[in-house]
Design a protein around this ligand. Structure first.
Ligand SMILES: NC(=O)c1ccc[n+]([C@@H]2O[C@H](COP(=O)([O-])OP(=O)(O)OC[C@H]3O[C@@H](n4cnc5c(N)ncnc54)[C@H](O)[C@@H]3O)[C@@H](O)[C@H]2O)c1
Ligand SMILES: N[C@@H](CCO)C(=O)O
Length: 405
């Protein structure tokens, strides 16, 4: 395994090519609750659908929905009257008032154990507390006395992983910053037949084949969409590509922190100031060296490789380069690119110039992007916000909604 060269030429605008035969979902949404309406759109987008959303809830409903989608990282447009709806990924149009929604009591309430209450876990807790389909039975944190930006009831607060699972949840949501504790919890939950939703790529990416097999044995479900790409549906895009034809190549920007820093360096900003910005925004890992040394991207690439091939690509076999204040970077628009070339048996995370690449060159802030090529030459792409509370919570939420049925 070694770091990889980039191809010398880039496919022209693969995003539009990939859209041509994607199915279309037509949604009628009450955008009074723009976050819930955006969730409905997001779930369709991650299934690979183009969406036409008819938004009711006042004249500004389309604008509110588009804003909520932007916070997740889903680009949406409001076409002018007479303009075509379908060429773009998500089109939002104003709809008539559909009246107040009837609240239907859920047929089953899922008991959720939440591990971690930081950037990701805190976002998920707030959504859980507001949704009658779920009951939070416990929240695991390292330091119960720590001040938080979300309301964490004392009777739910635990610091012992065994005590969390003793509360007999139906689902474990694992969003902690410690790989070994996270992995042990996931294993223990799956072994007991408890479904798991994890955002923890270091826990999931170490040996995903073993976790998948454990889940199959116990009949539990293991979902981990947020572990790669934050809110960008990267795992789902690889699965779609693989369902089409064998995957031969993956190229991706998988770390929001590095992308954010590289964009700021390109604007002439100071490295340390950019890193502080990424930490304050909730993009960086608790120990940001995982972002800067490529460990984070390598774990994510290993997960994508599992999705593409089932093959065991261990993160520690992936060549990596480090971003630092003194790092010598290529000239031009630079990205931290993760790349897997199946035919050449190569995998690496390296800094490469991507000028002229329509997928990667203009990738803003913490955004991630993915290009998957299949054996017949078809290209599948995805972009979205790769880190931060709102997009990552949305991704966990979509997994939880799948479990809730
Ligand atoms: N922040 C993001 O944008 C983002 C996006 C996708 C995935 N993730 C992943 O989600 C996980 C959580 O990230 P975060 O940004 O919320 O981190 P965070 O540092 O904000 O929060 C981490 C939480 O984990 C808990 N924790 C850590 N070690 C623990 C232990 N040994 N026992 C019990 N609790 C423990 C802490 O108390 C805290 O509540 C990480 O695995 C991260 O890689 C983060
Ligand atoms: N630290 C990670 C969080 C999202 O996985 C990043 O910056 O991409």
């Amino acid at each position: 395994m070694t770091a990889l060269p980039l191809p010398r030429s880039f496919p022209a605008l693969p995003e539009t090519a990939a859209h041509a035969d994607e199915p279309v979902a037509l949604l009628q949404l009450d955008a009074t609750d723009a976050i819930e309406a955006a969730s409905a759109v997001y779930r369709e987008v991650r299934r690979g659908r183009r969406v036409v959303a008819v938004a009711s809830g006042g004249g500004d409903a389309p604008a509110r929905l588009i804003e909520a989608l932007d916070a997740i990282g889903v680009a949406a447009v409001q076409p002018a009257p007479g303009e075509a709806l379908l060429p773009s990924g998500v089109a939002v149009v104003a709809g008539p008032d559909i009246g107040a929604r009837r609240t239907v009591a859920p047929s089953r309430v899922l008991r959720v154990a939440l591990a971690g209450c930081g950037v990701v876990g805190g976002g998920v807790l707030t959504r859980l507390q507001a949704d009658p389909r779920f009951e939070v039975v416990g929240v695991l944190v390292r330091d119960p006395g720590k001040a938080r930006d979300v309301v964490l009831p004392p009777e739910l607060t635990l610091s012992d992983p065994a005590a969390l699972l003793a509360r007999e949840p139906d689902v474990l949501v694992e969003a902690i910053s410690d790989a070994s504790t996270g992995l042990a919890l996931i294993r223990a939950a799956l072994a007991r037949g408890i479904d798991v939703v994890s955002a923890n790529k270091q826990a999931v990416g170490g040996d995903l084949a073993a976790l998948t097999s454990l889940a199959e044995t116990s009949g539990a479900r293991l979902l981990y969409s947020a572990s790669v790409g934050g809110g960008a549906p990267l795992i789902e895009t690889v699965r779609r590509a693989r369902a089409h034809a064998p995957v031969v190549r993956i190229e991706a920007v998988l770390n929001g922190t590095c992308n954010y820093i590289l964009n700021r360096l390109a604007d002439g900003r100071d490295f340390d100031e950019a890193l502080i910005g990424a930490r304050e925004a909730g993009f960086a890992e608790e120990d940001p060296s995982a972002d800067l040394t490529g460990l984070d991207a390598a774990a994510k690439l290993a997960i994508l490789a599992h999705e593409a091939l089932d093959g065991g690509l261990s993160p520690d076999r992936i060549a990596r380069e480090t971003l630092a204040a003194e790092a010598v970077l290529p000239t031009g628009r630079v990205r931290q690119l993760a790349r897997l070339d199946v035919r050449k048996n190569l995998a690496g995370v390296a800094f490469r110039a991507v000028d002229g690449d329509p997928l990667f060159a203009d990738l803003p802030d913490e955004w991630n992007a993915l290009r998957v090529t299949t054996g017949d030459g078809r290209v599948f792409t995805a972009r979205g916000r790769g880190a931060g509370r709102v997009p990552t919570t949305e991704s966990v939420w979509a997994d939880l909604s799948e479990l809730a049925g």
